[in-house]
Design a protein around this ligand. Structure first.
Ligand SMILES: *Cc1c(COP(=O)(O)O)cnc(C)c1O
Length: 355
């Protein structure tokens, strides 16, 4: 695939104080764009100066939410190199999401080339401080002007990037999570497994209510019985009960996290028994009450792992591991981040170096 590059003639200054980067506040000098037209396929791959997009007010995405996205990071290693973590997994998941929403899919090699060419060009934007990274956000949406519901004929694929601060600048503190018993995020046959903006829009209300009550996120239950554990906000969830690790199985309602998948592989390497199954909320509450629930954590690209210190259900609050990060949660964080930042040997070949 040919990518036409138009360099930004007025590049911005890189942030001097990397402790104030935050998340998703600042963007790099360029963006990748490619257009899709039915019958023609993807065309006009280009990297251009970062700027506003112009889309028609009747663009399908603005009315019918035909949008999917991805999130991954580029890390700077101790010797100054830049690497991405399992980018092919993000590309494959984006295609699965796109397929679910009837958006066009991408050729895997072209998408990989788009990512690596873009990151190569923006390499100097990968911050240097411990724990920081360049967050990459590929996304795709339907652009044609059409208020009638038809097959999607025009779409756009973009990649933007945002230098991000350390998620745990103040140390890894356990979070308070509320089990949501009213709203649901996904149902079987729906879009739960797709990374699409619509899932987030539907989640906002519960998230805001939980926040107003002092919780950081909600833990979703299944959409039919409201009885089985699904996932936390934008993270998958895992429990250590009586020495074994439990996580909800992927039956179409849960987002198949790449962090989830990587942690399962690391746990199995270390001889842990990992059980992927339907987990009822009663099972978790029973384990909390009889003291067998040792640790609980969320996992996702942004935080890597996020220990759960308190869980609220049905008006009761339960404390986990004295509201401290558990030793396995800490170990998983250390192990995975060591691979991502190039401090440990990458036995699984998960990282991809950028020139
Ligand atoms: C992205 C996401 C995750 C985590 O996936 P990773 O690939 O590990 O970052 C979990 N749940 C939801 C709803 C997500 O959107």
């Amino acid at each position: 695939m040919e990518i036409k590059i138009t360099k930004n003639q007025h590049p911005a200054e890189k942030p001097k104080d990397e402790s104030k980067l935050g998340f998703g506040l600042k963007y790099t000098d360029h963006m990748f764009i490619m257009d899709y037209t039915a019958g023609e396929g993807w065309h006009d791959a280009r990297i251009v100066p970062f700027e506003d997009l112009h889309i028609h007010p009747a663009a399908v995405v603005l009315h019918y939410a035909a949008e999917v996205f991805e999130g991954l990071k580029a890390y700077r290693t101790a010797d100054g190199e830049v690497q991405m973590f399992r980018p092919i997994e993000n590309i494959r998941r984006m295609n699965n999401s796109a397929e679910r929403l009837c958006l066009p899919t991408l050729d895997e090699n072209d998408a990989m080339q788009a990512l690596t060419t873009f990151v190569e060009l923006e390499k100097d934007w990968v911050p240097h401080t411990e724990g920081t990274s360049l967050y990459l956000r590929p996304f795709m949406f339907a652009t044609e002007a059409n208020l009638g519901l038809h097959t999607i004929k025009e779409a756009m694929f973009c990649i933007i990037a945002s230098p991000s601060g350390s998620y745990y600048a103040e140390g890894i503190n356990p979070v308070k999570i509320m089990i949501e018993t009213h709203d649901v995020r996904a149902v079987r046959g729906g879009t739960g497994y797709a990374k699409c903006g619509g899932n987030y829009a539907a989640s906002n209300r519960a998230g805001e209510r939980a926040e107003a009550l002092g919780f950081s996120q909600v833990l979703w239950l299944d959409g039919v019985y409201q009885k089985y554990i699904e996932e936390v906000g934008s993270m998958n969830v895992m429990f250590k009960i009586d020495g074994k690790i439990y996580t909800p199985d992927l039956i179409g309602t849960v987002l198949p996290g790449i962090t989830r998948k990587s942690i399962i592989e690391l746990l199995k390497d270390e001889g842990y028994e990992v059980i992927e199954k339907r987990i009822s909320v009663e099972e978790v509450i029973t384990a909390l009450e009889n003291g067998t629930l040792e640790e609980a954590w969320g996992c996702g690209t942004a935080a890597v792992v996020s220990p759960i210190g308190e869980l609220a259900y049905d008006g009761k609050e339960y404390v986990i591991n004295d509201n401290k990060i558990g030793s396995l949660t800490q170990h998983l964080y250390d192990e995975l981040t060591a691979i991502q930042w190039g401090k440990a040997e990458d036995k699984h070949n998960w990282t991809v170096k950028v020139k």
